[in-house]
Design a binder for this molecule. Structure first.
Ligand code: NPW
Ligand code: K
Length: 644
């Protein structure tokens, strides 16, 4: 799924209108309808007492994509147009990805569905039902897998396109279900309308809500006469339908006297902190305690960076139009947006692809198609430990030996054949036997710390290994810049640099260092700040933008860690990961990530593939590990390794 800036969005709007000849009012109509459909779906769930949107304390319910609905409960994720993530229980691991995908994570089930129109069936307590492909339907039951268009599986595996036919129905008539609400009685929604096109979208939505029997009142932030173009047409249509309207500042408005609020004040055309009536309406909407559905972005959010101005709407749902905006993925904006639903409005998705939009949401589909990763991690029947590569790790010191151990164990769990851990020789007696699968290579460290003289020994070891990871628990030492420079310039394989090795790099002018193989840097925001010579707050201000520019300028793969880790390549691509769990904020979790990435590199993935897939798997394992605990705060880094 492509992720765009406001400027890119405007270019695609223009192209659709001017080159394809689709009238702007048609796009606005589609936007209004999409917003109304999501509001109606919310009302329906509320009416059915199902709630929705909010996960339980242990839940990691997320949904991204047009039509996506993340249900209540745990572990449900859905991405892609039309995706519906069902309700997962606390133990469920229901995920659905792709256009039209419907995933229902059953109680205790392990359902996954990927692909356009895929429907993942309900997994039983022990089920691992998976379905892939357009129209695939995974049946109820255990161990079911189905692949292929229209395939239907139940308790077995089916791969055929077209699959068993569902009996054709007899004559039937149905209304427009997405715009129908049978029990709208108690619903009264306020539509807060700005004077731009975002306001126009909200006004169009108001008409559909009215049609569904929902009481609607328009609240204009500015004099209605100030609306222009398509927004003015929507204003007139709403007035002609007799939808009641008030003007903020002129008429009395009580934002708490409603059952829900559509925030259509400011969209991608907003600049700076909301002013005047806009600011007052945003503050009042937040204070009302009512459910808020934002049109396109929460008003007050910077659509590109994810910064929230003061004030900024705190939405329960954001109906993002046409393309996912960068600001909805970056915190604090991601927190203000609530559940994000991306809806098509008639702007072809291909426009983003063709124009080379550099940022993608990291989904299994993106991993498979754009990054060409074999996400199944298939093992060859003839494989042996030599088939899956050999990691060399230079890490650990007397007081931080655990960092090296976590990293090394994670590399093994990521599937590489062998791991050699180079460590100061004084540590050897203490770590022997901690992980019997590891090979230990003591280097001359006398006091248990690293020293500049060990570079030659590490380089000697690296000769027969497939990649090298440097940094976890390394510490700083005299001559460490020259030490790292030698490894950087002379290691004849890809290099991953983490933790203290990043701090060494930050103090060096490494732009002049030569390098033949890829380098992956894995900084957390503090380390990134040191590398970039800025503050942590500045790093967090626009993580995607900074990662893109740093990776391109320094010719490295950059993994900027934190909530929604960004992976940026020297070629100017970036991927934003959304797997993970707040419980992963614990010492050693980063060392585990470095281990996973190195384990994947050793297996032959290229640097971008290993970094992206590693981050994705690390997050999934963290989610799984968190679910196993009574409280995710109990999660420790070793749990992530065990959940791989
Ligand atoms: N065909 C299309 O174009 C499509 C557009 N679409 C929709 O349109 C949205 C973009 O619409 P947009 O460009 O009209 O801008 P929008 O966000 O409504 O705000 C502009 C207005 O706000 C005002 N304003 C600005 N900053 C402010 C502030 N800080 N505080 C207070 N006021 C401020 C500014 O007033 P001014 O400062 O110029 O007087 C201006 O009047 C987009 O998010 C999507 O929802 C989609 O449906 C797809 C098709
Ligand atoms: K808005």
């Amino acid at each position: 799924m492509d992720v765009v800036t406001a400027e890119e969005m405007r270019a695609f709007d223009r192209e659709t209108i001017e080159r394809l000849g689709i009238p702007a009012i048609a796009l606005m109509e589609n936007a209004g309808r999409a917003i109304a459909e999501e509001v109606i779906a919310l009302c329906r769930r509320r009416g059915a007492g199902a709630g929705g949107g909010t996960g339980s304390a242990d839940a990691a319910g997320r949904s991204y994509g047009a039509g996506a609905l993340g249900g209540a409960g745990g572990g449900t994720q859905s991405y892609g147009a039309g995706a519906v993530g069902g309700t997962g229980s606390a133990d469920a691991e229901g995920r659905s990805y792709g256009a039209g995908a419907v995933g229902v994570g059953g109680v205790g089930g392990g359902m996954q569905s990927y692909g356009a129109g895929a429907v993942g069936g309900i997994g039983s307590a022990d089920a691992a039902g998976r379905s892939y492909g357009a129209g695939a339907v995974g049946g109820v039951g255990g161990g079911m897998q189905s692949y292929g268009a229209g395939a239907m599986g139940g308790g077995t595996q089916s791969y055929a396109a077209g699959g068993p036919a569902i009996q054709p129905p007899g004559f039937s008539v149905s209304a427009d279900p997405a715009l129908t609400l049978t029990a709208a009685g108690g619903e009264h929604w306020l539509v807060l309308a700005g004077k731009g096109n975002n306001g126009g979208d909200g006004l169009a939505a108001a008409r559909h809500l009215r049609e569904a029997g929902i009481a609607v009142t328009l609240v204009y932030a500015a004099a209605p006469e100030s609306l222009a173009g398509e927004a003015a047409l929507q204003r007139d249509a709403a007035a002609a339908m007799g939808i009641p309207a008030v003007v903020y500042g002129r008429d009395a408005v009580d934002l708490a006297a409603c059952s829900g609020i559509i925030d259509a004040l400011l969209g991608t055309g907003s600049a700076g902190a909301p002013r005047g009536a806009y600011a007052e309406l945003i503050a009042a909407a937040n204070a009302s305690g009512r459910l808020i559905v934002s049109a396109d972005i929460p008003s007050g959010l910077d659509a590109d960076t994810g910064e929230t101005h003061e004030p900024c709407i705190h939405a329960s749902v954001t109906v993002c139009l046409a393309f996912l905006k960068r600001g909805l993925l970056q915190y604090p904006g991601a927190g203000a947006a609530g559940q994000v639903v991306v809806r098509s409005i008639g702007i072809p998705a291909a426009l983003a692809r063709e124009s080379g939009v550099p940022v993608s949401l990291l989904t299994p589909e993106v991993l498979r198609t754009r990054l060409q990763v074999d996400v199944s991690r298939r093992r060859s029947p003839e494989g042996h430990k030599g088939t899956y590569g050999h990691v060399l790790l230079a890490a650990g010191s007397l007081r931080m030996s655990g960092a090296g151990l976590l990293c090394a164990r994670a590399a093994l769990r990521a599937g590489c054949g062998l791991v050699t851990w180079a460590l100061p020789d004084k540590l050897l007696p203490y770590v022997i036997g901690c992980a019997p699968e590891l090979m230990l290579a003591p280097v001359s460290g006398g006091d248990g710390e690293w020293n500049a003289g060990t570079a030659a020994e590490v380089l000697q070891l690296s000769g027969s290994r497939d990649c090298m990871a440097v940094g976890p628990g390394l510490g700083r030492f005299e001559g460490d810049t020259d030490w790292l420079r030698r490894l950087w310039e002379e290691t004849d394989s890809p290099l991953i640099i983490d933790a203290d090795a990043l701090n060494i790099l930050a103090d060096a002018d490494y732009g002049s260092w030569s390098r033949r193989h890829p380098v992956i840097l894995t900084p957390h925001p503090g380390e990134m700040a040191r590398l970039a010579g800025t503050s942590t707050a500045q790093v967090q201000r626009d993580r995607i933008g900074l990662a893109l520019s740093y990776a391109a300028a320094h010719g490295v793969i950059l993994v900027l860690k934190g909530a929604h880790t960004v992976i940026a390549t020297p070629e100017g691509q970036a991927y934003v990961n959304i797997t993970g769990h707040p419980g992963m904020g614990t010492g050693g979790a980063g060392d585990v990530l470095t281990g996973i990435i190195s384990g994947l590199l050793a297996q032959g993935l290229d640097a971008a593939q290993a970094a992206a897939f590693g981050v994705y798997l690390h997050g999934l394992a963290g989610e799984r590990a968190a679910r196993k605990r009574d409280n995710p705060a109990a999660l420790i880094a070793g749990d992530i390794i065990e959940a791989l």
